[in-house]
Design a binder for this molecule. Structure first.
Ligand SMILES: [Zn+2]
Length: 218
């Protein structure tokens, strides 16, 4: 687990090598500019319920039965290893293409990003430039319906509802894991070898976590 003093130490090292610039610093966070990636990264040392809740965006367009409960979800995410939450900015639960426009305008980013990010075949996405995780609930729902159709055609029982709920949580963890592996520029390699950043390992982590802790955030 990365401790505050180690993080500050490592970041100061990068600063002395002119890799980054520290833009602002408070008791609980450091905001920096990463020259190589060409973006800002905020390190938040200790995430609290209220602080994290303010970074969880749940679209009102998501049908109620598939909409995570903010409080339960925040508690669930806070139980993840704290290293996974260090550089995470926001988590977005979206439903439909319009939500991508709203998300992009939240950051005052170029509207063209919305088209780049939207992909009807993607269950989730990491927005690298913003260190944000996107969970596309509509796509997850559609994919669960497809699987249900196949199941029913083969004589099995359909389970799209439960599958959707479970997949929403798996996808959220999956993307948060990507954020840690790909956006934390001082992640210790002995603890987190680069191999853990692969799609396979990231998905394994997410599925294993949900097997162990369930997906009751609704
Ligand atoms: Zn992935």
């Amino acid at each position: 687990m990365m401790e505050k003093q180690d993080i500050i130490h490592s970041l100061n090292e990068l600063k002395s090598e002119d890799e980054i610039e520290i833009l602002s610093q408070s008791k609980n966070s450091i905001c920096l500019y990463d020259y190589q990636a060409g973006k800002e990264i905020v390190y938040t040392f200790k995430r609290s319920k209220t602080e994290l809740a303010s970074h969880v965006h749940i679209s009102r367009k998501i049908p109620k039965k598939y909409r995570p409960n903010r409080e339960k979800l925040v508690q669930y995410i806070l139980n993840l290893p704290s290293d996974m939450l260090l550089t995470l900015s926001d988590i977005w639960f979206v439903w439909g293409e319009d939500d991508y426009d709203d998300m992009v305008s939240y950051y005052d980013a170029d509207p063209a990003y919305a088209c780049d990010l939207y992909d009807e075949n993607c269950l989730g996405k990491m927005w690298f430039e913003k260190n944000a995780a996107i969970v596309d609930v509509q796509n997850i729902f559609n994919s669960a319906l497809e699987i249900e159709k196949q199941d029913i055609a083969m004589g099995f029982e359909g389970n799209a509802y439960q599958d959707t709920l479970e997949q929403i949580v798996i996808t959220a963890i999956h993307e948060i894991r990507h954020i840690m592996m790909d956006t934390n520029i001082i992640l210790p390699e002995d603890e987190y070898p680069i191999s853990l950043a692969s799609e396979f390992e990231v998905e394994e982590f997410a599925r294993e976590w949900v097997r162990e802790y369930g997906w009751n955030v609704f």
